[in-house]
Each structure stands twice: as C-alpha cells, then as structure tokens.
Write a protein that binds this ligand. Structure first.
Ligand code: G1P
Length: 267
C-alpha cells in the first residue's frame, strides 16, 4: 500500500505575483482553509502517512505555519477563544511532515531527486499543489489503480488545443474508458503532431526507479531537470505508465485567473 507522498513547494510562484512575493502561493486562502491544507487533506484521506514537503529557504515560513505557536495559543486560551481550534489541528499535520530543501529552482525532476533518500516504498504519490481536484479524491483513485495494475499512474484531463502548451501532453495508446497507456510525454509542446489532447494534471504514482532516471537525464531548458524527461527515459526502458482521466472538478490554482476563479468554490 502506498503510504508516502511528496509535495514540491520550492518554486518561485511567479504566476501568482505579487501575492507570492511574501506569501508562498500554497498558503493562499481557499474558502476557510489554505491551498496546501486542501492538498494535505486529500493525501491523508487517501491513506498517506508520511508527507515530504520540498521547500526552500525563501519559503521557510511554511514550517512556521505548521509549528506550534505557544504565545498565540496561550493568548487564545486565556481569552477562552473558540479560535484556538482554528490552529490546533495543524499539530496533526506537523507530526506527519518531513521537510527537504531545494534552494535553487532547478525543476520538478530536481525537486523529486532531493527526496530520493526519504522514500522507502516501491511506489509513492506525487501531488502538485497548483492543481486542486474538487468533489473526488484523485489520489485515492490512482493509488487503487496502482494496486490493480502494479504500475505508475498519472492523472489526466482533456484540454483545449489553445491550452496544450501550458501542460505536459501525452502520446497515448489503447484507451479504454477512463484509462490509457502512456507512450510518451512532451512538456509544454510547441508542435502537437502525434500527441493527444490529454494533459498531465498534478497527481502521479511513481516507481522509486524514477530517481535513477532523473539522475540519468540532462538539465534541459532553463537549466531545469524535467520530470517528463525522466518519465520518457523509463518508457523507453518499457516501464508501464497508465493515464487516468479523473472524475471531479479541476481548479488550476497555479495561475492568477485560475486562483481567483477557485475562490468561488466551497472546499
Ligand atoms: C507542471 C508539469 C506539467 C503538468 C502541470 C500540471 O507544470 O511540469 O507537466 O502538466 O504541472 O499543472 P507547471 O505547472 O509547473 O508549469
């Protein structure tokens, strides 16, 4: 059973400037909680016991969010304030979180690689916090698919042609209902020939040997190690990856317009 999850949070969050200049975008509010808590809740409900948060020195404030603030708690206690419970539950998260640092933004592949010594199981969950999936626990679904097929699984969604260059896009084969086999993936493609209109949405079950693949690939555009290159590396070696067209409503919290739109929903 998959018990470990990695959540990469070390990116600069430039698409959400100016907010993200001082507040990590993952701590922006969503209803009466934060983007990160919505993601953590999804992980715990899917049976995850250990969370690895990849942060950077610039985003150390994330550790404050989960640490106990004795002064604040005592103050609320003295006033007998009901607000105490709005921070007390964060202790539960704290016990399950391990921090790993990635101090220069060298890509999603590099963020994952920094966790290589923390993962014990053969497969683990990777969740990108920009992507909120409402009304269905996508992490739970892909864990169940992994259990059935014993392979890597990536969540996917059909996107418009005009959006293809914003995502990792699959070349697919043997599609059956909401599952397909992944043949190849291209990160933010400029040429779409051969590709489908199925995009990667940020929920992955990956095999531990993704770390060897990341080690073997070169730094690409912008000096970054792309996770998609590591996935292609494994596909060439005949490793099986399934795409899963998930149920539920997708909210893109990684762009300003998407984030503002997501505020309409009750999460
Ligand atoms: C990342 C991945 C991309 C994926 C997207 C989903 O891109 O690299 O393959 O489609 O998340 O949100 P980013 O949003 O970091 O540009």
């Amino acid at each position: 059973m998959i018990k470990e999850a990695i959540i990469p949070l070390a990116g600069l969050g430039t698409r959400l400037l100016p907010f993200s200049k001082v507040i990590p975008k993952e701590l922006l509010p969503l209803g009466n909680t934060t983007i990160l808590e919505v993601i953590l809740k999804e992980c715990f409900e899917a049976g995850i016991k250990k969370i690895i948060l990849v942060i950077s020195n610039r985003k150390k404030i994330i550790t404050n969010y989960f640490s106990t603030d004795k002064y604040l708690e005592n103050n609320l206690k003295k006033k007998n304030s009901s607000l105490l419970k709005s921070i007390r539950h964060l202790r539960y998260y704290k016990k399950k979180i391990t921090y790993v640092y990635q101090n220069s933004p060298k890509g999603l592949g590099d963020a994952l690689y920094s966790c290589r010594n923390k993962i014990k199981g053969n497969f683990f969950l990777l969740v990108l916090p920009d992507d909120i999936i409402k009304s269905n626990n996508c992490s739970k679904d892909i864990i169940a698919i992994n259990k059935k097929y014993h392979c890597s699984v990536i969540a996917s969604k059909k996107v418009k042609k005009s959006e293809l260059s914003r995502y990792g896009i699959f070349k697919v084969s043997s599609k059956n209902k909401n599952l397909f086999n992944i043949q190849k993936v291209v990160e933010k493609p400029k040429v779409y020939r051969e590709l489908s209109n199925f995009a990667i949405i940020g929920r992955y079950i990956l095999n531990k040997n993704i770390f060897t693949a990341i080690k073997n690939i070169k730094f690409g555009t912008g000096g970054e190690k792309q996770l998609t290159d590591a996935i292609n590396f494994l596909l060439i070696k005949n490793e099986k990856f399934k795409g899963y067209i998930f149920k539920g409503k997708y909210l893109d919290c990684g762009t300003m317009s998407g984030y503002l739109n997501s505020l309409k929903y009750n999460l």
